[in-house]
Write a protein that binds this ligand. Structure first.
Ligand code: AMP
Length: 396
């Protein structure tokens, strides 16, 4: 089934048009500066990228621009929008309402709206993408795929916060976790690569600009590092990861920040960027550290240390581990970081083959012969998961 996948942000919208069976990508691209002016970048494999300035006052014009270029005789890939069998939307926060993907109807939209307080930055943008598609393609089925859904199998001891229980009962305060579609895809691939054993314990390291780990037992998530929002866990490009809440009170008192300013610092100015003062991009940090920048080296060291600690924690939580998976921008591309993270984990049976690890972006087993724990690099494919869910739900 040919599926259009939409990932709508507040001023941008990513799209991919692909076959749900086998995952062939026909076209993909990005609308930027929605609400400002509007720019479209359209990519078709084997052709030159197309860049166009198109006015996009709202997400509606952005979706229309995507559909227009898809059917354009020279730049497009289809003769008519009727060839789009369904649309799959990435939605950030499904709260407790969504444990899996669902066909978008009025009840689904209401439930996504109810999750806005939990995902105040992303859910409104996701809804704008959905509503624009509904308006322009009223007869095409739409499916919502949630970043949180995969983690809804966590047991209470993993998702409950040790604050008064009433905030969980009345206000849905709990750990949700994110990158769920990626964790679902790579953990399923890892189980396949393990030979589909009856029981499996997998640690997925999604290391990109945003990063999270998940612990997956028999294909079901039992713990993850992100929390109510995506700020939690270990340091990321610009996000702090877990911090002592006392820091908030202390800095807000000292500098007169309000909570918005404080959260902006933790979300946008922290992580490896905050420590290094150099960049949020790990390539820049590698370069700076190689040139002797001590803070860049410290940022890398902190990142590696915290990822290692969570690997140890999750191995303990699961009573062992059969495979560790590396995915996303850093996990797929940086052999140095993968090696540094695995170094020192030999005591728990994690042994990497340095030669095999000398690859980028390939699905491959990089563990040493005889390593008790397999180490896999698995390029993530959230879009394929969204396309598969969309096709499956629409076929029903
Ligand atoms: P993602 O959010 O998954 O797209 O990952 C993006 C991040 O991956 C970038 O910000 C970089 O920090 C990181 N990255 C990409 N390529 C490399 C590389 N070759 N070495 C280290 N980090 C990389």
């Amino acid at each position: 089934m040919k599926i259009l996948i939409i990932n709508a942000g507040s001023s941008s919208l990513k799209y991919q048009f692909m076959e749900s069976e086998g995952g062939q990508v026909f076209a993909k691209g990005l609308c930027e500066r929605i609400g400002i002016d509007g720019r479209l970048t359209h990519k078709v494999p084997g052709r030159e990228d197309v860049k166009q300035d198109i006015p996009m006052p709202t997400h509606g014009e952005a979706i229309q621009a995507v559909l227009d270029i898809m059917v354009d005789p020279a730049k497009g890939v289809i003769a008519s929008t009727d060839e789009i069998a369904a649309v799959g939307h990435r939605v950030l926060h499904g709260g407790m309402a969504f444990t899996k993907s669902c066909i978008i109807d009025d009840a689904c939209i209401e439930a996504i709206k109810k999750c806005i307080p939990l995902g105040p930055l992303h859910n409104p943008a996701n809804l704008m993408g959905i509503e624009a598609c509904q308006k322009i393609m009223p007869n095409t089925p739409q499916v919502a795929v949630f970043d949180t859904a995969f983690h809804m199998t966590m047991p209470p001891k993993a998702y409950i916060y040790a604050i008064p229980y009433e905030y969980y009962e009345k206000d849905d305060v709990r750990r949700y976790g994110f990158h769920g579609t990626s964790h679902r895809y790579v953990s399923a691939r890892a189980i396949d690569m393990l030979g589909n054993p009856e029981h499996s314990r997998v640690i997925c390291c999604h290391l990109g600009n945003g990063s999270s780990l998940s612990a997956v037992v028999d294909g079901k998530c039992v713990d993850t590092t992100m929390g109510l929002g995506p700020l939690a866990g270990f340091p990321m490009g610009t996000r702090s990861g877990d911090v002592d809440a006392t820091i908030l009170e202390y800095l807000m008192g000292r500098y007169g920040y309000d909570i918005k300013e404080m959260l902006n610092i933790l979300n946008k100015k922290s992580g490896v960027l905050g420590i290094s003062g150099v960049s949020s991009d790990f390539r820049d940090l590698d370069e700076a550290a190689a040139q002797g920048n001590e803070r860049a080296a410290l940022a890398l060291e902190k990142f590696i240390y915290e990822v290692k600690k969570f690997i140890g924690a999750y191995a303990t939580a699961m009573g062992g581990v059969d495979a560790i998976v590396f995915t996303a921008g850093i996990g797929e591309n940086s052999k140095e970081l993968r090696a540094s993270i695995c170094q020192g984990l030999e005591y728990m049976g994690v042994e990497m083959d340095e030669e095999k690890n000398n690859v980028r972006g390939q699905e491959v087993d990089v563990s040493a012969a005889g390593s008790k724990v397999k180490i896999f690099i698995i390029p993530t494919n959230e879009e394929l998961m969204i396309a598969m869910d969309t096709a499956e739900l629409c076929a029903k």
